[in-house]
Design a protein around this ligand. Structure first.
Ligand SMILES: [Zn+2]
Length: 322
């Protein structure tokens, strides 16, 4: 029976009083820890380990918590970075808004802080809001990362420097020059799993849907597909999961993966919390969709997915004369 890797991830943010009132994140360190523990427990009930991408400041405060979660099978080797949130505020930009030299500097500084908290280097990377540009994969490879979750296929969010039209939808080696393409770098990217059957157009971070026919598209417009994140106000998780699984199979993905992400800003210990409820629903939907497709759902971390990608032959595209 074919395996479907179910990868549960969380971007771990510092408390919003330390960053910005409109940013994602918990109200306090204690609240953040509670939500992280709840998330790992809910995932554990389905037999799924969690992959954490941790903002540097959090490692300095909470490395003990992550060591404990590592002991329970979670992957805690991820670095999460919103440059504007980081350090002294020098980088007033989203990740994809950095030039190559600034990007190297920001990631190097972030690694140093992460290392001071965890006692080792991070191995996996996820930029805030999937903001990225064509410098990033070479920079990340040079700075010692072996993989990450850096792309949201189909997302167009110009204001946040997050444009992923035409991006490879399945886990693959990254390309050093052209971020949407499969390449041959020793860096494995696991895109966020999306359901391509519907394209949504909304305005800003409020995800207020607008009619694409009449909307005037500008830098604040967000074009995206549904994904499995539990944060949605209302989403048909069964349908999205079934579509993702069937599209993954139709594409002939060599490493079939379904994944989801969220942040540490909802109470995953409270069964009456909307996002906690959605999280459980999403995990059940992924499990059911795998079984309905005749696949075995297997809880994996990004480490497993990256190992599999890096063991594959080179799948980069051959040059064509045209
Ligand atoms: Zn984030």
């Amino acid at each position: 029976m074919d395996k479907l890797h179910v990868v549960i991830t969380m971007d771990v943010e510092p408390p919003t009083p330390d960053t910005h009132p409109t940013a994602t994140g918990p109200q306090s360190w204690a609240e953040g820890e509670k939500f992280i523990r709840g998330y790992a427990e809910r995932a554990g009930e389905f037999g799924f380990p969690v992959t954490f991408f941790i903002h540097p400041e959090v490692t300095v405060e909470q490395s003990g918590l992550f060591e404990e979660l590592k002991g329970r099978g979670c992957c805690v080797e991820g670095l999460h970075l919103h440059p504007w949130k980081f350090g002294d505020g020098k980088y007033k930009a989203h990740f994809g808004g950095l030039g190559e030299r600034e990007m190297r500097a920001a990631v190097s500084e972030a690694i140093a802080m992460w290392q001071s908290g965890m006692g080792r280097r991070p191995l996996y990377f996820r930029p805030g809001t999937f903001s990225g540009n064509d410098f990033m994969y070479q920079v990340l490879t040079d700075l010692g990362f072996r993989g990450g979750s850096c792309s949201a296929p189909g997302r167009i969010w110009p204001r946040l420097n997050a444009i992923w039209t035409g991006a490879a939808p399945d886990p693959h080696r990254a390309h050093p020059i052209f971020r949407q393409l499969v390449g041959s770098l020793p860096f494995a990217n696991m895109p966020i799993a999306v359901d391509f059957s519907e394209t949504r157009v909304s305005v800003g971070a409020q995800w207020r849907d607008v009619d694409p026919a009449t909307a005037s598209l500008d830098a604040n417009t967000v074009v995206s597909h549904w994904d499995m994140r539990p944060d949605w106000q209302s989403a048909d998780y069964d349908r999205i999961a079934a579509n993702i699984v069937s599209q993954t199979r139709e594409r002939g993905a060599t490493i079939p993966v379904i994944n989801l992400l969220t942040h540490n800003d909802n109470d995953f210990t409270d069964p009456d919390d909307r996002v906690c409820r959605n999280f459980v629903r999403a995990m059940q939907a992924m499990t059911d969709a795998a079984k309905a497709a005749g696949m075995e759902p297997v809880g994996s971390t990004i480490e497993t997915v990256v190992d599999l990608v890096l063991a594959e032959p080179d799948r980069s595209l051959e040059f064509v004369y045209t």
